[in-house]
Design a binder for this molecule. Structure first.
Ligand SMILES: *Cc1c(COP(=O)(O)O)cnc(C)c1O
Length: 393
């Protein structure tokens, strides 16, 4: 049976030359020339002065929250419709997440964020305090979901008024930037206090596993570099003035990164072309809509989402699930959007505010193959199957 994976790396064999250099020189760990080169390339691409490589996006998010001063007992506002790794670092700091709803772009709903700050919280001695729990709300994590961009214009305005730190989870959004509005020309991750990219295997470029922290705050980035290298103050005598982490990017990872980032513009072109094909080929397919990417942004078109409408008289989401299983049965890998984080076992006891839209999207979104090595013929095959199977369920 023909198998079409959901999202797999697109690695040019030329990359092996860089890995060979790591092996031959012995520079396989947290030092070596590729790390700095990759940091410089990512910073230049995103239009910021500097970037700090780390071993995963999750490690980068954790480091950023720590630097932003998120401490045990604080609260952090997070979206519920996201990959759980956007939220886990809040708990690594023993802070409490407060879950927020999404809008129709699947990103954090800024209207509800504002409502929460204005109606549930009050400002006391310059800090935002949650009236329901008495805890200080320190920060908001804005996740750029599946290739869309959260409304940073409004989120930054709210954060400024209510004294919130802003962490952009740009792990899915390398290559996205704003074309309109206050942040026109700025890349995902470069607007908030910190932004984090990921190079996990299913992201738009990959280093196997890896992440990068960006910020316009040079001091903050220096601190990120320090904390991710075990807070080493003296490399000879092993003096450590703080408790750091073993989070630094490996030269092996960066050896892949320096090559992958050169391919990013071409990958985005392929993603856009295949997305346009999906839209054209699925037009008019019964009860299937291809979710558009937001207006006013240059999206990287990372993940393609279909909305699968319910059949009359069936449970919400039943038709989506049936189509998904049928496609998987025919060798086309696809999956639902994430189970909402506020309903996950470790998070069931934390508070959630005004969650109305996310549960609908949880049941109706279907992510379909979007790898950059998909051919036009592959997309035609997948769309043909979707049409065939969707008409029978
Ligand atoms: C991939 C991803 C992460 C984590 O990145 P890793 O590099 O896999 O640790 C965090 N948040 C979101 C939204 C992601 O998609």
């Amino acid at each position: 049976m023909r198998e079409i994976p959901l999202s797999v790396p697109n690695l040019n064999i030329g990359i092996a030359q860089n890995l060979r250099e790591c092996v031959e020189t012995g520079w396989v760990s947290t030092g070596g020339r590729f790390i700095e080169e990759f940091e410089r390339k990512v910073a230049a691409y995103a239009g910021v002065p500097d970037a700090v490589g780390c071993q995963s996006g999750t490690a980068g998010l954790h480091t950023a929250l720590r630097i932003l001063g998120v401490e045990p007992g604080d609260e952090v506002l997070v979206p519920t419709l996201t990959f759980i790794a956007a939220v886990n670092p809040v708990r690594y700091q023993y802070a409490d997440p407060v879950f927020m709803d999404c809008g129709d772009d699947l990103c954090l709903d800024p209207g509800k964020l504002e409502q929460f700050c204005a109606e549930v919280c009050c400002v006391r001695d310059g800090a935002l305090v949650n009236g329901a729990t008495g805890k200080v709300v320190k920060a908001v994590v804005a996740v750029h979901v599946l290739g869309n961009l959260a409304d940073m214009d409004r989120i930054m305005g709210i954060a400024g008024r209510y004294n919130l730190k802003v962490l952009e989870d740009a792990t899915e959004a390398l290559g996205c930037f704003w074309e309109d509005g206050r942040y026109a020309g700025r890349h995902a991750g470069t607007v908030g206090d910190f932004g984090v990219f990921s190079f996990n295997a299913n992201k738009i470029i990959t280093t196997g596993g890896g992440g990068m922290v960006v910020s316009r705050d040079a001091e903050g980035l220096a601190r990120a570099r320090y904390l991710t290298t075990t807070a080493k103050d003296d490399g000879l005598f092993f003096a450590h003035d703080d408790i750091g982490y073993n989070y630094r990017m490996l030269n092996l990872q960066a050896a892949l990164g320096v090559s992958q980032i050169d391919e990013l513009p071409a990958f985005i072109e392929t993603k856009k072309r295949n997305f346009a094909l999906y839209r054209g080929l699925l037009e008019g397919a019964e009860g299937i809509r291809v979710m558009p990417f937001a207006e006013g942004i240059r999206s990287n078109h990372w993940f393609y989402s279909l909305l699968v409408d319910d059949a009359p008289g069936t449970e919400p989401g039943a038709r989506r699930d049936a189509l998904m299983r049928a496609l998987i049965g025919r060798g086309v890998q696809c999956r639902p959007v994430w189970k909402l984080v506020h309903t996950q076992k470790p998070y069931a006891a934390f508070s959630a505010y005004g969650i109305e839209k996310a549960p609908w999207y949880e049941k109706h979104v279907l992510n379909v193959p979007c790898s950059t090595n998909l051919s036009e013929e592959d997309v035609r095959y997948v769309c043909g199957l979707i049409r065939e199977l969707a008409s029978g369920i």
